[in-house]
Design a protein around this ligand. Structure first.
Ligand SMILES: Cc1cc2nc3c(=O)[nH]c(=O)nc-3n(C[C@H](O)[C@H](O)[C@H](O)COP(=O)(O)OP(=O)(O)OC[C@H]3O[C@@H](n4cnc5c(N)ncnc54)[C@H](O)[C@@H]3O)c2cc1C
Length: 442
C-alpha cells in the first residue's frame, strides 16, 4: 500500500504580504466609548465574533457593539498564530468565517481574486480545493480575508477595545460591564474563545510557574539552547519546529505512546451535517464520550517528515508515554522535569502546550444562569442561548456539547452563527430596517 504523506513545504507560506484593502467607509469622528444602549453586544471579536457581526449585518441589524480585549478583530487569533510562527491554517478553504444562507465573497473566491500574489504552491492548493481535495490555506490569505469581511460588513467601526468584566441580565436589558464603559443590550452573544489550559497544581504547587517555564502563548527567551516542549498537539509541533529552526536541541514530552497525525483538528465528519447528527438525539453521557474521544490533540501530516528527520538526527529527543510529575528550577539556571516513570529531563527552557479550555461564560454571567455541567453550559440546542437566560447566546468552543467537537473551529462558528443570528434577528424583527443587500463585492 502506498502511504501518502503531504510535504512539509506546504507549511512555508510567506507571511506579511501587502494585500489591497477595500476602502473603509467614511466614519464620523469616533466617541471614546459606544452609546450606552444597543440591540446586540458581541463579546469577543475573534473569528466567531466576526462571523456573528457579519451575519447580523446581512440580517439588517445595524445597532451592534463588538467588545474585544485586543480592540482588533481577530487580534488574539493572529497574535497567537504569529507567536507560534504558524504560516498556514489547519482548516481548508471551505472553512471560512462566512455566513450561511447569504451570498458573500468566500475565502476561496477571495484567494482566486488575488492569484497574482500567491506562490506556485499556494496556487496548487487552490486547485486542490477546487477539485474537492483537502487544501492548505495561507495565514496571509486568511488574514486579508478577515480584513475584507471587517470592512465590507462594517465591523471595524462597531468594535471597541475593552475587557468585559460582567454580564448582568436585568428586567429590560442585559448590561455588559467593561473596564471602560457599560452597554445595555437587548441581546448579548458571547464569543470569548478559549483560554490556555493551566498546568496541574501538583507540578510546582500552584501559582506562577517557576523561572524558565512558560506557556505556549508566551514568548520563548531567545538565549535558550535546549528547550523542552510538553504537549501532543499542533501547537507543540510549531514550538518544536520553531526551536529546531533556531538551532536549539529539543526534548519533547508526550503522554501518549505515539504521536497522532491527521489533517483537521477533529475527525472531518464532525464538520458535516451527518457528523453533527451524531450529537443530535443522543444523551449527555454519549456526547461526553464523543467529545473525549474526538477532541484530542493531533498534528497536521505535513509535520511528520520534519519531526521524524530531526529525531533520527538526534536534534529532537521524544519521550513517548511519559507524563510530567513535577517541574522545578535547578542549579545553573536550567529546569528539571521529573516524569512519572522516575526519569528526568532538563533544559534551559520549558514550554507547556497543554491545550485550551472553552470560556463558557463562567465569571461573566451569574453561575446559576450558566448552569454548568461537566464544564459545559446549559444551552438551548436550537438558538444556542443559555436555557436560563435566552437573551444571551454563545458562538465558539462553548457550544461544543450542542454542535460537537468542531464548535471551536472556524467551520463550527459558521454553523453556530447561522442559528444565533437568525434567532436574534427574528426576535428584533419589527424594530429593524429591511435586510441589507446580501451580496458583498471585493
Ligand atoms: C494557534 C492556533 C491556530 C488555530 N488554527 C485553526 C485553524 O486553522 N482552523 C480552525 O478552524 N481553528 C483553528 N484554531 C482554533 C481556534 O481557536 C478557532 O478557530 C478560533 O480562534 C476561535 O475563534 P474564537 O472567536 O472563538 O476565539 P478567539 O480567536 O480566541 O477570539 C476570542 C476573542 O474574545 C476576546 N475576549 C475573551 N474574553 C474577553 C473579555 N472578557 N472581554 C473582552 N474580550 C474578550 C479575546 O481577546 C479574543 O480576541 C486555532 C487555534 C489556535 C490557538
Amino acid at each position: 500500500m502506498i502511504k501518502f504523506v503531504p510535504e512539509p513545504h506546504l507549511l512555508d507560506s510567506p507571511r506579511g504580504r501587502d494585500w489591497p484593502r477595500p476602502p473603509a467607509p467614511p466614519s464620523p469622528a469616533r466617541a471614546a466609548s459606544p452609546a450606552p444602549a444597543a440591540d446586540v453586544v458581541i463579546v469577543g471579536a475573534g473569528p466567531a465574533g466576526l462571523a456573528v457581526a457579519s451575519a447580523l449585518w446581512h440580517h439588517g441589524v445595524p445597532d451592534v457593539v463588538v467588545v474585544d480585549r485586543t480592540g482588533r478583530p481577530c487580534g488574539r487569533f493572529f497574535g497567537r498564530i504569529d507567536l507560534l510562527g504558524q504560516r498556514v491554517l489547519r482548516s481548508p478553504y471551505e472553512h471560512h468565517p462566512g455566513v450561511e444562507g447569504f451570498r458573500d465573497c468566500e475565502l476561496l473566491d477571495f484567494a482566486r481574486l488575488h492569484w497574482g500574489r500567491l506562490t506556485p504552491t499556494e496556487r496548487r492548493e487552490i486547485r486542490m480545493s477546487q477539485s474537492g481535495h483537502r487544501s492548505v490555506v495561507p495565514v496571509d490569505v486568511f488574514d486579508a480575508y478577515c480584513a475584507h469581511l471587517v470592512t465590507t460588513h462594517h465591523v471595524g467601526e462597531k468594535t471597541w477595545q475593552a475587557t468585559v468584566r460582567e454580564v448582568t441580565p436585568g428586567r429590560d436589558a442585559v448590561t455588559v460591564h467593561t473596564d471602560r464603559f457599560s452597554v445595555a443590550a437587548r441581546h448579548v452573544v458571547l464569543c470569548p474563545g478559549e483560554e490556555r489550559r493551566p498546568a496541574p497544581e501538583t507540578w510546582w504547587g500552584g501559582g506562577h510557574p517557576p523561572r524558565g517555564v512558560s506557556f505556549w502563548d508566551e514568548s520563548v527567551p531567545p538565549g535558550a539552547r535546549c528547550q523542552v516542549v510538553v504537549g501532543a498537539g499542533l501547537t507543540a509541533a510549531h514550538l518544536i519546529t520553531g526551536a529546531l529552526e533556531a538551532g536549539r536541541e529539543v526534548h519533547w514530552v508526550v503522554r501518549e505512546t505515539g504521536e497522532r497525525y491527521q489533517c483537521a483538528d477533529v475527525n472531518s465528519t464532525f464538520f458535516r451535517p451527518e457528523g453533527r447528527k451524531r450529537f443530535d438525539g443522543v444523551g449527555w453521557a454519549e456526547r461526553l464520550d464523543l467529545m473525549g474521544r474526538f477532541r484530542r490533540a493531533s498534528i497536521m501530516f505535513e509535520f511528520r517528515p520534519l519531526l521524524e528527520r530531526a529525531e533520527a538526527e538526534g536534534r529532537l529527543v521524544v519521550h513517548r508515554g511519559e507524563a510530567v510529575k513535577e517541574i522545578a528550577p535547578a542549579v545553573g539556571g536550567s529546569v528539571v522535569l521529573r516524569l512519572e516513570s522516575g526519569r528526568r529531563v532538563a533544559g534551559d527552557h520549558v514550554v507547556l502546550a497543554l491545550g485550551t479550555t472553552p470560556s463558557i461564560g463562567a465569571g461573566l454571567l451569574p453561575d446559576d444562569l450558566v448552569d454548568a455541567r461537566d464544564g459545559w453550559p446549559s444551552l438551548d440546542e436550537r438558538t444556542l442561548s443559555y436555557r436560563r437566560e435566552p437573551r444571551v447566546s454563545v458562538v465558539g468552543a462553548a457550544a461544543g456539547m450542542v454542535l460537537g467537537p468542531a464548535a471551536r473551529n472556524i467551520d463550527g462558528h459558521r454553523v453556530a452563527t447561522t442559528r444565533v443570528a437568525a434567532a436574534i434577528a427574528g426576535q428584533l424583527r419589527g424594530a429593524v430596517t429591511a435586510p441589507a443587500e446580501a451580496v458583498v463585492g471585493v
